[in-house]
Design a protein around this ligand. Structure first.
Ligand SMILES: [Zn+2]
Length: 162
């Protein structure tokens, strides 16, 4: 069923993160598993998606679950199960390199592991300076903090997902 899994992977690659539309949920690395069962029923296998939220209680998770369901339905899958995998917890290591790059291009500082504030400062996505300061715990959405660069004075979002 390798090809079927790849087909599902491609469907999921088109789903963007509601918080950061330039990132797909595959970029984010939150999809832990894609499992097909009941494969004797080739026309309608059971699709189980294991998903690890970027943090517990992220308001985006319900939205992402719904998007996954809709996208799979559109592609002819009707027996869909979505399971939350809470352990191990998501870290930014699971983001793809392409995803981190896209974040930066989008003007959002890529998060440190587990959203801790890096000791040498959050890197400014505009000029790469580490001389930055926290303006507000909450940026344009609850998942982001607002920072300002002390070098180029540009404000920017830091993806932290408390
Ligand atoms: Zn800067």
């Amino acid at each position: 069923m390798e090809t079927e899994e790849n087909k599902i992977r491609q469907v999921l690659e088109k789903i963007s993160d509601p918080e950061i539309p330039v990132l797909s949920i595959m970029d984010l690395g939150i999809i832990r598993s894609i499992t097909l069962s009941n494969t004797r029923n080739l026309d309608n296998p059971t699709v189980t998606i294991g998903i690890t939220p970027t943090y517990n209680g992220c308001p985006a998770v319900d939205m992402i679950n719904m998007e996954i369901r809709l996208a799979l339905l559109e592609n002819g899958y009707t027996d869909i199960r979505i399971e939350q995998v809470l352990s191990p917890a998501w870290t930014t290591d699971w983001m793809t390199a392409a995803g981190k790059e896209k974040l930066k291009t989008y003007g959002i500082a890529a998060p440190d592991k587990k959203f801790s504030i890096p000791a040498d400062g959050v890197e400014c996505p505009q000029c790469n300076a580490h001389n930055t300061r926290l303006i507000s715990e909450f940026g344009s959405t609850a998942c982001k903090a607002l920072y300002q660069c002390n070098e180029c004075l540009e404000p920017f979002d830091y993806f932290k997902c408390h």
